[in-house]
Design a protein around this ligand. Structure first.
Ligand code: DAH
Length: 366
């Protein structure tokens, strides 16, 4: 091979080196870790990706380096060793430059990522806002605890009822004012939102038969215009005890025990004759005011007494409706409202507050 060609080949190696150095210029700062001031993680990651391309372009099959390597076989035999060494030298330089820059970036990125994910455990956290139970729920749970300790089961039943459970089975005949559509929310024909939890008496006796002891706290609905003492939706607690030989004495004893546990042993009770279709005899029960002890105050409106609710001995017709023989079994029942009781206990002058969902109000029961 003529002399001139060897010179040409050497120039080709030089040209390849120049081309590489020119492009590698922008990665040159990454050859050591001393020039990385101001480098961001995003920039470093971008440079790392570009370096992968650069490596392919400068060491791959179509690279200038690959072309000069092919020339080795074509130079004159006596120049080949020398030329080969130069090409080798170029390759070592290129690969070393790329590898150094890659290593620097890799290290930088790893440190920067760790830094980004570092958590300062001494910083104050974001405190989740804790909720709490609604005042009605708090009162309901206290009442449930008392009755459970007296051997009562808790029943939870449907809020939409048929006329049969809401009225007929409870001995409330056709034509009774409570059945009128101005008092009860009817939904579809024959269905209504229950206007009293007494409906659960029937479901419970159907399911369990006698003997049984249960209370049924739950929502009831009536077509009342809301005011300070009325809401179209409110809570009642129903109670029912059916067994052999149950008398009015058991009713009085149970409800007295209940108010003693809820308000204290000094609380007195009184029963006034009343009327309910599903009890006979029926009574209204009052308890002495937990605030003034019976002397008369604002809470009891000066009377010394607070009304708990209705009660009585389960009407034989109600027992018959669920196939319990009234000759063998007898029982007592009671039902009272939770909202007005909560209003008295928490000194609310308006029961609508309970369902306005104003956190400033509800937070006070935390
Ligand atoms: N259900 C009646 C009402 O809503 C309350 C009531 C009275 C329930 C007497 C009873 C009872 O179980 O025996 O006004």
């Amino acid at each position: 091979m003529p002399e001139g060609q060897t010179v040409d080949h050497k120039q080709t190696v030089e040209a390849a080196r120049k081309a590489f150095e020119q492009e590698f210029g922008r990665f040159a700062r990454f050859r050591g870790s001393n020039n990385l001031d101001g480098l961001t993680l995003v920039e470093a990651e971008a440079a790392q990706r570009e370096l992968v391309d650069a490596r392919t372009r400068h060491t791959g099959k179509k690279s200038a380096l690959a072309s000069v390597k092919k020339l080795i076989g074509r130079v004159a035999a006596e120049d080949r060793a020398d030329f080969g060494q130069q090409v080798q030298q170029l390759e070592t330089e290129i690969v070393a430059s790329l590898e150094e820059a890659e290593a620097t970036l890799k290290e930088f990125i790893s440190v920067a990522r760790t830094e980004r994910e570092r958590i300062d455990v001494t910083l104050p956290g974001t405190r989740p806002r804790r909720g709490h139970l609604h005042p009605i729920t708090l009162l309901r749970q206290r009442i449930e605890d008392i009755f459970v300790s007296l051997g009562y089961a808790i029943e939870d039943d449907r809020e939409i009822e048929t006329d049969y459970y809401n009225f007929d089975a409870l001995n409330i005949p056709e034509g009774h004012p409570a059945r009128a559509s101005q008092d009860t929310f009817y939904t579809t024909e024959g269905f209504a939102l229950r206007s009293q939890t007494s409906t659960v008496q029937i479901h419970a006796m159907e399911r369990r038969t006698a003997p049984l002891r249960m209370i049924a706290p739950g929502r009831v609905f009536r077509r009342d215009t809301p005011d300070a003492t009325h809401n179209p939706m409110f809570f009642q607690v129903e109670g029912l005890c059916v067994d052999r030989g149950i008398t009015m004495a058991h009713l009085k004893g149970t409800l007295s025990e209940f108010v003693h546990r809820l308000f204290g042993p000094e609380i007195k009770t009184r029963f006034r004759p009343s009327y309910f279709p599903f009890t006979e005899p029926s009574a209204e029960m009052d308890y002495s005011c937990f605030k003034c002890g019976g002397k008369g105050c604002r809470t009891c409106k000066g009377s010394g007494w607070i009304e708990l609710g209705g009660c009585g001995m389960v009407h034989p017709n109600v027992l018959r409706a669920v196939s319990i023989d009234p000759e063998i079994f007898s029982g007592f029942a009671f039902g009272f409202g939770l909202d007005r009781m909560a209003a008295l206990m928490y000194k609310l002058d308006d029961i609508r507050l309970l369902f306005e969902n104003d956190v400033r109000f509800l937070e006070q029961f935390n």
